[in-house]
Write a protein that binds this ligand. Structure first.
Ligand SMILES: [Zn+2]
Length: 297
């Protein structure tokens, strides 16, 4: 059985998983990302974590790294990363390979999440798949004919920037009304605080707690956010005709009311024959999925 090591570089934590080729997580580690987020500190942490796991698993054959941001087509260099503002054209694969005598590949973290869900999670068995991870922003992965679609420069699947409102709020990317301006954690919580007239709401989880306790207004808010997400999904389905859309990340923990909203928008806005066959499914693998996907690289 072949083994590989996957590293998931996040803004707050680095996660690592030793994965067997049949998808079992044989070992894992989670450490805090250095607060400075400087390239040299983060790189030495990645090397330390890798060396500790490789000492226990001497038969690991390759290392994959999932990192936020724009990765070059050769999977060697992080061009830019929104959570690591000082990182510009960082040859992360080379920096790690200099200390670890194994092949090292690099990929966008949400692409890794999509790969893992496709291979071992909710996306198993599908050939055409879109995966959305909703946290601070919305990241996407597109799998076509069983393969990750990366676009002409590696920048494909920035699906959080699908606009759902011509004159909506301005997004960091320059567009107006990007779907992540409605579903990203902070914006979701801000909109909920306003809609429910409750300034103490600072997280999506609090909205769900109120809905679970029987607050109809909170429940309606979650369904409506789902509908907004559903409008973006309609555009994605029209563009790519996937078999399924998999939705994960912290905001997706709102669960059924959110998914019900997505399905409602799809029923109301998509060609009926397409709407009938599309599956909208929660992600399955949890917070280790990014590291698992990196190991698949
Ligand atoms: Zn945007």
């Amino acid at each position: 059985m072949k083994k590989s090591l996957g590293l998931d570089v996040g803004g707050t934590h680095v996660k690592a998983a030793v994965l067997s080729s049949d998808g079992r997580v044989l070992d894992r580690a989670v450490v805090r990302t250095p607060e400075s987020r400087q390239v040299d500190e983060v790189t030495s942490l990645l090397i330390q974590v890798s060396q500790a796991l490789l000492a226990k698993h001497t038969d690991v054959e390759a290392v994959g790294v999932g990192a936020p941001g724009l990765i070059d087509l050769d999977r060697r260099v992080i061009r830019t990363a929104p959570n690591f503002p000082t990182w510009k054209n960082v040859p992360l694969a080379e920096l790690i390979a200099a200390e670890i005598p194994l092949p090292v590949s690099l990929e966008n973290d949400v692409n890794c999440f999509g790969l893992a869900e496709h291979r071992w999670g909710s996306g198993m068995g599908f050939q055409h798949l879109i995966a959305l991870a909703i946290g601070t922003g919305i990241g996407g992965a597109i799998i076509l004919d069983g393969k990750l679609y990366r676009g002409s420069s590696g920048a494909a699947a920035e699906l959080g920037h699908v606009s759902v409102d011509l004159w909506g709020p301005r997004c960091n990317c320059g567009n107006l009304g990007c779907v992540e301006r409605y579903l990203g954690e902070i914006w979701y919580a801000q909109a909920a605080a306003e809609a429910l007239d409750d300034g103490t709401i600072t997280s999506p989880r609090q909205v769900s707690a109120r809905a679970d306790a029987g607050d109809e207004q909170a429940l309606r808010f979650i369904i409506e956010r789902g509908e907004i997400l559903g409008v973006a999904c309609v555009s994605l389905i029209n563009a790519f005709d996937p078999e399924a859309i998999i939705i994960g990340g912290g905001v997706a923990l709102a669960g059924e009311p959110l998914f019900a909203g997505v399905r409602k928008a799809i029923r109301e806005r998509l060609y009926p024959t397409t709407a009938e066959k599309i599956r909208i499914i929660p992600a399955k693998l949890g917070t280790i999925s990014g590291a698992m996907g990196a190991a698949i690289l």
